[in-house]
Design a protein around this ligand. Structure first.
Ligand code: ATP
Ligand code: MG
Length: 577
């Protein structure tokens, strides 16, 4: 590979502690060069920015090591799971640009195998049926400082346990009367090893297995088994599972000893979850924002869901860049939302063609330009990519310009239009402002100017005029009026709902009170005619304004609707807001 082709490829991902572990496994041939990871969402909600970090990590490692990443639905919990979420999750992972190939799995497909694993544990005297009620079980468990006590049912014989467990499965008992527990150590300093419950009775149907089961495995029991069944090599999860790792290892080791799985066994590795300022990521809070109508549904562009991000015009490449840039670590930290926004800007700056839109229009009348006449001005589609060509923008006597580009009495340093001043209409002519018209309230209804016929951009005369102001415009007769939604951060505070310096001791903040009242503004803008017929999800930079996307739900060729993805600069940076 030549140096040149190398430099145009994305830079190699930085190393991190997980890659170091895998590199070492490669060196020792622990897995004979195999790398198999998995992304295991519970299908009980929409994916959010935090999941994107996990997806990029798991699928990214598989890509890097020529391995595979499994797409696995952890649907062991009946009730909550729904097909709608399964479909949305698959679409989101695909949208991020990842491919699970033939490796699409559902944990519920393993219920028979999980049952067999439980039976094997009982046969090895490593699990027993407990008949304590939930409250008693809790009392026997002890605390962080006190050891637990053995349940009176802990010494049941293997035969009795096998019989009771089979009858649990056959539906003989009501919920809460019996549970299967691992038999480890009630005095362990790690509470997770004090005989955790691994199966409980639940007389509810499951979205995939229907009425087949009335006992269901607990997540901590099911997850390691899922990994082992699928021959996962590195099982990567977030830090809150660190205390579960001893049970993960105990369980798979016990099952391997019973001959159910072969060694080496999957290795659990924890990393710090994503925390982002100005964002809430907990499912419970997201549900409440949607249910209480603070946002317009799950794909509201302000929500940190991936379907919301997509509608907002955030891109998969931007998320991948973000995941690469923030890296992974072993300790919890907060990432500033501006890092994510900057990644989106960086990718869109590369990818998005330039267009012109006037968001707060006022008319500019060029009094010395002929009526009923128009001519074409050429505008490049991308300043850094001449191969993307140019388009023609019609120029005529009446143009829309931004209201803020005219000041009857200019403030200091103002270089755009004010009576007597010259400025360039970008890609068009230099004009000299001659005054304005106002209504009875003194509001400017039209700005008046004269153009310099020899000043057209791209002609030799253009250089004769040295002007400082440069403004964008669209021809009134040719413009396309369209709905544009100016989205901003959903929360006005960096840590929604958290205590702030100087808060009284007894003050309880609610994250709802930290919502940004200006997070959505709907306007009618005047767009250059080429924007009228764009396809949904097309991205553009509106010059001087930011990056916008044609809304994937509401935009139609002929009737475009645009969402602002991100401004050109960070308007929240210190001092500017
Ligand atoms: P939430 O806490 O928002 O309810 P969850 O962890 O319950 O999310 P799962 O469906 O269990 O959602 O998550 C699937 C995978 O995504 C898990 O491996 C989990 O560790 C990972 N994940 C979830 N939230 C984050 C986050 N904020 N940062 C990184 N990874 C995350
Ligand atoms: Mg979870």
């Amino acid at each position: 590979m030549s140096d040149h082709s190398h430099s145009s490829a994305p830079s190699a991902p930085a190393s991190n502690f997980i890659r170091n572990i895998i590199d070492e496994d490669m060196r020792t041939a622990k897995w004979q060069g195999r790398v198999e990871t998995r992304f295991p969402p519970e299908p009980n909600g929409y994916l959010h920015y935090g999941h994107a970090k996990s997806i990029c990590l798991n699928f990214g490692l598989a890509e890097h090591y020529n391995g595979v990443c499994h797409m696995r639905f952890d649907d062991t919990n009946p009730e909550k799971e729904e097909q709608e979420y399964v479909d949305a999750i698959l679409e989101a992972v695909k949208w991020l640009g990842f491919d699970w190939g033939s490796h699409l799995y559902f944990a519920s497909d393993y219920f028979d195998k999980m049952y067999a694993c439980a039976v094997a544990l009982i046969e090895a005297d490593k699990a027993y049926v407990d008949s304590l009620g939930a409250d008693e079980m809790r009392a026997y468990r002890g605390t962080l400082t006190e050891p637990g006590r053995d349940s009176p049912f802990r010494q049941r014989s293997v035969a009795e346990n096998l019989d009771l467990f089979r009858r649990m499965r056959d539906g003989e008992f009501p919920e809460g009367t019996h549970a299967l527990r691992a038999k480890i150590d009630m005095a362990s300093p790690n509470i997770n090893l004090r005989d955790p419950v691994i199966y409980r009775i639940r007389h509810v149907a499951h979205h995939r297995t229907g009425d087949k089961w009335c006992i269901y495995p607990l997540y901590t029991f099911a997850h390691p088994i899922e990994d082992a069944i699928e021959n996962v090599t590195h099982s990567i999860c977030t830090l809150e599972f660190e205390d579960q790792r001893p049970f993960y290892d105990w369980l798979l080791d016990s099952l391997a000893s019973a001959g159910l799985f072969r060694r080496p066994l999957p290795q659990q590795i924890e990393f710090a979850r994503l925390n982002l300022t100005y964002v809430v990521l907990s499912k419970r809070k997201l549900i409440s924002l949607v249910d209480k109508g603070h946002v317009d549904g799950w794909d509201d562009p302000r929500l940190p869901t991936l379907i919301g991000a997509r509608r907002r015009g955030y891109t998969a490449e931007g998320f991948r860049l973000f995941a690469e840039r923030i890296g992974i670590s072993k300790s919890d930290a907060w990432i500033d939302i501006s890092v994510l926004e900057e990644c989106m800007r960086e990718h869109l700056n590369e990818a998005a063609e330039r267009r012109v839109a006037v968001l707060d229009p006022v008319k500019l009348v060029i009094t010395n330009y002929p009526e009923n006449h128009s001519e074409a001005c050429a505008a490049p589609n991308h300043p850094l990519k001449p191969d993307l060509g140019q388009r023609e923008m019609p120029f005529s006597r009446e143009l829309w310009i931004e209201r803020e580009d005219f000041m009857e009495e200019p403030s200091k340093g103002f270089r755009r239009l004010f009576p007597g001043n010259m400025a360039r209409l970008r890609y068009g002519y230099v004009v000299k402002c001659t005054g304005c018209e106002k209504d009875a309230d003194g509001k400017v209804t039209a700005v008046l100017a004269e153009y310099m016929p020899d000043s057209k951009s791209g002609t030799p005369g253009a250089d004769n005029y040295k002007v400082k102001g440069n403004l964008h415009w669209v021809s009134v007769a040719h413009a396309c009026a369209a709905e544009v939604r100016l989205y901003d951060r959903l929360f006005a505070h960096a840590y929604p709902g958290a205590r702030r310096e100087g808060d009284p001791e007894d003050l309880e903040r609610d994250y709802i009170d930290d919502l940004n009242p200006d997070s959505k503004q709907v306007i009618t803008a005047q767009l250059e005619p080429s924007l009228a017929s764009v396809a949904p999800e097309a991205h553009f930079q509106f010059e001087r304004h930011g990056y916008f996307v044609a809304d994937r739900r509401d935009s139609r060729p002929g009737a475009p609707v645009f969402n602002r993805s991100v401004t050109l600069k960070d308007s929240w940076a210190k001092g500017s807001k």
